[in-house]
Design a protein around this ligand. Structure first.
Ligand code: URA
Length: 436
């Protein structure tokens, strides 16, 4: 196999055999194919797409680039949820402790920020000391002890995805249903779970801007999971505006703690309850999704979910004091309020631009080796449909360096569309559920 031949075939819309895909992925994982060839192949996939057999082969090749975990000896069903990525999407931090507090096991392998979207691992690392790089033995121990462990891919778990994910982040090769499906499912199928709830985002801040594309991706993900014998549903959820009130690593941890403490913004809280409800349902902890919603709300109200989060943080080496006092998290030294230039109503938000603004301030990576500044990010003051007067604050940029402040400011200033009339309808939080 010559990598260049496979790149050219995909460039010309040809199809690769499962063996060719398997060899390419294995060679790249071992370091026998350079980043520039893999980038070219990934770009060809973004532009030309992949057939269903190719997607299945890619998912399997990435899954078997490492080991598949087996937690069948641990009591309780193992469930997880995964989001395709958005702006301000911090639901994992809330949901994982809720589910573990409810008696199921959550062996969660997450990703870092990708493109304009944030990543669970980067968020968790803004908790001083929190270690997402557990060995598999430690992962198992934490899971067994408290019912939940949150880690990144290790050298053992889907190492192909780890390398490819980092490359896609900085080569404009994220937005491909085939690549997203293989990336998500290779990690999730390696976790040894029984059931998976997928949160497939659609809208201006999602990788899938159009609902048809999100539905197509959801269908691929559900089909791939079911083929591998898992219970899977996908919720198509709205990402036409940021989820909750913040984007940025430490800011999002603080907001998640607010939800675990019974507060937090309504949209974030509602989505967390809905996703958790489906996890309880697929994990056979409850008989109906409604029952799952009630159980999730009760676990927050009783303080059990927050206590579980504290336990997870402690077991993974983090500073538990932040759970009781999120002001201990890193805070940016400076802030800049973006005010509305007009009066009227927020008709639309270019949500991806807000995610990029957070990356530009240092909250995400533009090159693989970039370090993240946990403290920076954005705080949102207005949502679609809200009335605004000229001069009202739309959002606040939290920053530590003004090197690229002007760029972030321009992105934030131009992200809000203000119209004289109130929009006739507001985007729903959840568009539909696929796979039931
Ligand atoms: N989340 C992932 O894990 N991979 C993707 O490609 C996109 C979102």
């Amino acid at each position: 196999m010559r990598a260049v031949d496979l790149i050219r075939r995909k460039r010309d819309s040809g199809e690769l055999t499962p063996e060719e895909i398997q060899q390419l992925i294995a060679a790249y994982t071992q370091g026998d194919i350079p980043d520039y060839q893999m980038s070219a192949w990934l770009m060809a996939i973004v532009l030309r797409g992949m057939s269903r057999p190719e997607i299945a082969a890619l998912t399997e090749a990435m899954l078997h680039s490492g080991c598949v975990l087996d937690f069948s000896d641990l009591a309780g069903r193992k469930v997880d949820k995964h989001s395709t990525g958005g702006v301000g999407d911090k639901t994992s931090l809330v949901i994982a402790p809720i589910i573990a507090a409810g008696g199921l096991k959550v062996p969660m392998i997450s990703g870092r920020g990708l493109g304009h979207s944030g990543g669970t691992l980067d968020k968790l690392e803004s908790i001083p000391g929190f270690n997402v790089n557990l060995t598999l033995a430690e992962f198992r121990r934490v899971l067994e002890t408290c019912g939940c462990a949150l880690i990144g891919q290790t050298a053992e778990i889907a190492p192909a995805d780890k390398k490819i994910y980092a490359l896609r982040d900085v080569t404009g090769t994220v937005e491909s249903p085939a690549l997203i499906c293989a990336s998500i499912m290779s990690k999730k199928l390696a976790e040894g779970i029984d059931a998976l709830v997928l949160d497939v985002k659609t809208g201006s801040g999602a990788f899938m801007k159009k609902i048809e594309d999100a539905e197509n991706l959801a269908g691929l993900l559900v089909e791939t999971g079911k083929r591998m014998g898992k219970k899977v549903v996908a919720l198509i959820t709205d990402m036409n505006q940021p989820l909750g009130r913040t984007a940025g690593n430490a800011l999002e941890v603080a907001e998640s703690i607010e939800v675990l403490a019974g507060g937090g913004p309504a949209d974030l809280r509602e989505l967390c309850l809905e996703l958790a409800a489906w996890m309880f349902f697929l994990g056979e902890r409850v008989k109906t999704v409604d029952e799952g919603r009630k159980l999730s709300a009760d676990l927050i109200a009783s303080g059990a979910a927050r206590a579980k989060f504290r336990e997870i943080v402690a077991l993974q080496g983090g500073d538990v004091r932040v759970v009781d006092d999120p002001r201990r998290l890193a805070r940016a030294r400076q802030s800049l309020v973006i005010n509305s230039a007009a009066s009227g109503y927020i008709a639309a938000i270019q949500c991806e631009q807000l995610g990029v603004a957070s990356v530009v301030l240092g909250g995400g990576r533009e090159k693989k080796e970039d370090a993240i500044d946990p403290a920076v990010g954005l705080e949102f003051h207005k949502r679609i449909g809200d009335a605004v007067k000229r001069g009202d604050p739309l959002c606040t940029l939290h920053y530590n360096s003004d090197t690229r402040l002007a760029e972030a400011r321009r992105l934030a200033e131009t992200a809000y569309l203000i119209e004289p009339e109130k929009p006739k309808s507001l985007p729903p939080l959840i568009h539909r559920v696929i796979g039931v």
